[in-house]
Design a protein around this ligand. Structure first.
Ligand SMILES: *[C@@H]1O[C@H](CO)[C@@H](O)[C@H](O)[C@H]1NC(C)=O
Ligand SMILES: *[C@@H]1O[C@H](CO)[C@@H](O)[C@H](O)[C@H]1NC(C)=O
Length: 374
């Protein structure tokens, strides 16, 4: 009489384990949780059966509409924020298009703006144009070994177009491929004259003929892993037809952040196509990265690694472009990209993004969404 219920109990237990993607270690939990009795127990910032979904707190619809940075009608795209105890202000470095241009002519119209706020959630006020056209992809970090702030970015001097026209790909790719940095002892400057390009581009027939979207991890001994996006010679039809990877993430390494850099691999580090990496080192669990999905453009992806060199596929979805606002309502953006995290106590605290409310790669502004902490 008791054999059937026992059998059913075992079956149920087995089903539970199978459907909740049984884990064997923290690696099966995206390095974002512990594997307890074959089930992932996620750290507060993460959720989902494999802890690879960002645990985002709903935004108020006002915050989703107003964002944290809107400078008149100009488009902003990809904000990094750090706090300075020098003036008790939050400092934002963000790409901003000149002449009210939109993202369709980001080359040559992008420049780098410095904005400040008393609150992390804004509103950030425009302070200065730090690097005029063409500069893009700011990635701000602090290097404890040399005690200075570093602003990695791409670009070089190039005139804007007052009618917001683009420039030929053959010219644009020369600037899109210049990963450079500037340094400063203070978030209020002065910033050094930007460096020469740090990473050599690949050959014309290689996956990283264009090297762009820099995101460094600087270790305590100075060793630097510089993650970047590689693209073959601009939209070469032959390459596209052969189905090779138009936008993939790679790594270059150096003993110090200023280089010289070498590439340890001939191929990308993620098997799934992604761009715009934002990489960081979680001191407890390992190397982590958010990216914008290249084949899956409405989604932000997550990848993880124990050594910073050998990575998960990059196909896990951390969040999409639909922002949950109060009452479970959803605000749908046409684009939600350039994921950048603000950390508190080493843990993810806010996710910053560039968002386009109405038109694909049209006008964009900056939002910040809180990440769960308890
Ligand atoms: C941008 O657009 C606003 C609103 O139409 C206008 O007031 C401003 O002068 C424009 N700025 C430039 C640089 O074109
Ligand atoms: C996001 O919004 C779009 C448009 O309304 C919808 O088609 C899609 O299913 C939504 N995705 C999610 C995950 O809710």
């Amino acid at each position: 009489m008791s054999s059937l219920p026992n059998f059913l109990t075992s079956l149920l237990t087995l089903t539970t384990i199978l459907t909740s993607s049984a884990c064997a270690s923290s690696k099966d939990c995206g390095l974002n949780g512990d594997c307890l009795e074959s089930i992932c127990s996620c750290d507060p910032a993460w959720t989902g059966p494999t802890c690879t979904t960002l645990n985002l707190i709903p935004l108020s619809s006002t915050s989703a509409d107003n964002g944290v940075y809107k400078h008149d009608t100009s488009t902003s795209w990809g904000a990094n924020v750090l706090f300075s105890s020098e003036d008790n202000l939050y400092h934002m470095y963000v790409s901003e298009m000149k002449n009210n241009c939109t993202l369709t002519s980001w080359i040559p119209n992008s420049q780098i703006t410095h904005a400040v706020s008393k609150e992390l959630t804004g509103p950030f006020e425009f302070k200065e144009t730090l690097f005029d056209t063409f500069h893009h992809n700011p990635r701000l970090t602090y290097d404890p070994s040399t005690k200075q702030y570093l602003l990695f970015m791409i670009g070089g001097d190039l005139s804007s177009t007052s009618d917001c026209s683009g420039i030929p790909d053959s010219q644009g790719e020369l600037y899109d491929t210049r990963i450079i940095y500037s340094s400063s002892k203070s978030l209020n400057g002065p910033w050094s004259i930007p460096s020469e390009p740090l990473i050599e581009r690949g050959g014309e027939d290689e996956w990283d003929y264009v090297v762009t979207n820099p995101s460094p991890i600087i270790h305590e001994d100075g060793t630097t892993y510089l993650y970047y996006r590689g693209t073959p010679k601009y939209w070469d039809d032959d390459i596209a037809l052969r189905g090779e990877l138009p936008e993939s993430v790679g790594v270059a390494v150096a003993d110090n952040f200023w280089g010289p850099y070498s590439k340890p691999f001939d191929s990308p580090i993620l098997s799934y196509m992604n761009e715009d990496p934002f990489a960081w080192l979680d001191p407890v669990r390992g190397y982590k990265m958010l990216t914008h999905g290249r084949d899956d453009p409405l989604n932000t992806h997550y990848a993880y690694s124990e050594d910073g060199l050998s990575w998960s596929s990059g196909a896990d979805v951390a969040c999409d472009a639909n922002v949950t606002v109060e009452d479970d309502q959803i605000k749908v953006f046409m684009n939600r990209e350039r994921p950048q995290i603000f950390f508190e106590g080493g843990q993810p605290s806010y996710l910053f993004n560039g968002v386009c409310p109405d038109e694909h790669y049209g006008y964009a502004y900056t939002i910040a969404q809180e990440i769960n902490k308890k």
